[in-house]
Design a protein around this ligand. Structure first.
Ligand code: MRU
Length: 352
């Protein structure tokens, strides 16, 4: 199944519970937008495109479960539901992008229309967002595949695969396409502390696709770059500012510095829905700080790694300045510097 799906028979949202992977593949079902918002916050589902599509289906649930009798009343309820979904995670702009697209359907609907027709249109839009996501991912993969050559060793950070999107994936989608085309290469998988999206999710996906990989501790990336073992670095993003500054999983900044210091190119693979032209620079992107337990409750030899009373800081993302990015791979093509002009053009291509 897809990472995020609509259950047509029972009108509910289905999510693969990513917290349990790779040990257990469990699908959970959601009947209310409030529960969908909680699932996003708790990271049952994660990854920028996946949470965008999940929020869209969450809003469809709000429309279907609402008892509103008029278009105006339904619009008001949808706005309240969208606010709740919007605040479920702050950094990935895809969430806002998907919800705004859904709300536009309600806003543009004629007030005299049968309210059930609006409900149907809302659900159809969510399904459209999900279907488009898969198609966009595959388009990005076709643009990005030329950057992977036979014999390459790549470093990949976090999880950007089918699990981070509706299906297929962004940066991992490029890697998957290269493998499908018969290219031979090796992936070093950053384990991605503290939630281990690399070790748990990316390694799981790569083993399913039959792609050669080793998991590495995040702090060994510099070693592999400095010793000439790595030819390219690939990751995705949760939000890209107009100047090309990238908010992505914590550790992306350190990885990019080490790559650039060793003249290794850095590719950021993003759908244009991740580009936020309203923000001029990365310093304006909200960075989520997650509960300290995520850092403190890791275990070693089945025992907690930290002494009683230890405290922790847990920023979930960092900002990689645009000067460290070699190119963005989007569904509208590869974007090189100057990013301010070229990213705006890539986004415009889509909107026209
Ligand atoms: O905290 P997460 O797991 O939601 O963070 C995900 C990432 O940082 C991904 O790299 C990003 O969303 C791009 S995925 C297509």
């Amino acid at each position: 199944m897809r990472t995020v799906e609509w259950d047509n028979e029972r009108d509910r949202v289905l999510l693969i519970d990513q917290r349990l992977l790779p040990g257990e593949v469990m699908v959970r079902s959601y009947d209310s937008y409030q529960d969908v918002a909680l699932a996003i916050t708790d990271m049952v589902v994660r990854g920028a495109p996946a949470i965008g599509a999940t929020a869209a289906f969450g809003l469809a649930l709000a429309a279907l479960r609402s008892s509103a009798q008029t278009v105006q009343a339904l619009r008001e309820e949808l706005k309240r539901a969208a606010d709740a979904l919007m605040s479920s995670r702050p950094t990935a702009v895809n969430l806002k992008w998907a919800l705004n697209r859904m709300l536009r359907i309600a806003e543009e609907c004629n007030g005299d229309v049968d309210v059930d027709l609006l409900r149907e249109a809302i659900l159809a839009e969510a399904q459209q967002i999900a279907d488009e996501d898969v198609e966009i991912n595959q388009r990005m993969a076709r643009y990005g595949v030329k950057f992977i050559e036979d014999g390459d060793t790549l470093i990949h950070h976090c999880n950007t695969g089918a699990l981070a999107a509706v299906d297929w994936g962004t940066a991992l989608g490029v890697i998957r396409m290269a493998h499908k085309m018969g290219k031979r290469f090796h992936v070093l998988v950053d384990e991605t502390r503290p939630r281990l999206q690399g070790a748990r999710l990316t390694a799981w996906e790569l083993s399913q696709y039959g792609i050669s990989y080793d998991v590495i501790s995040d702090n060994s990336a510099g070693y592999f770059l400095q010793t000439g073992i790595v030819q390219k670095v690939f990751f995705g993003a949760d939000r890209v500012a107009a100047n090309g500054d990238v908010a992505n999983k914590i550790g992306t900044y350190m990885l990019s510095i080490a790559a650039v210091d060793n003249l290794v190119p850095v590719y950021c693979v993003v759908p244009t829905s991740t580009i936020d032209l309203k923000l001029t620079g990365g310093d304006q992107i909200p960075i989520e700080e997650r509960p300290q337990e995520e850092v403190l409750e890791l275990k070693f030899y089945d025992r907690k790694t930290t002494p009683p009373g230890a405290t922790a800081r847990n920023p979930a993302f960092d900002i990689t300045p645009h000067r460290l990015i070699t190119a963005f791979i989007t569904e509208n093509g590869v974007v090189y510097p100057p990013f301010e002009r070229n990213l705006a053009n890539a986004v415009k291509d889509l909107r026209e």
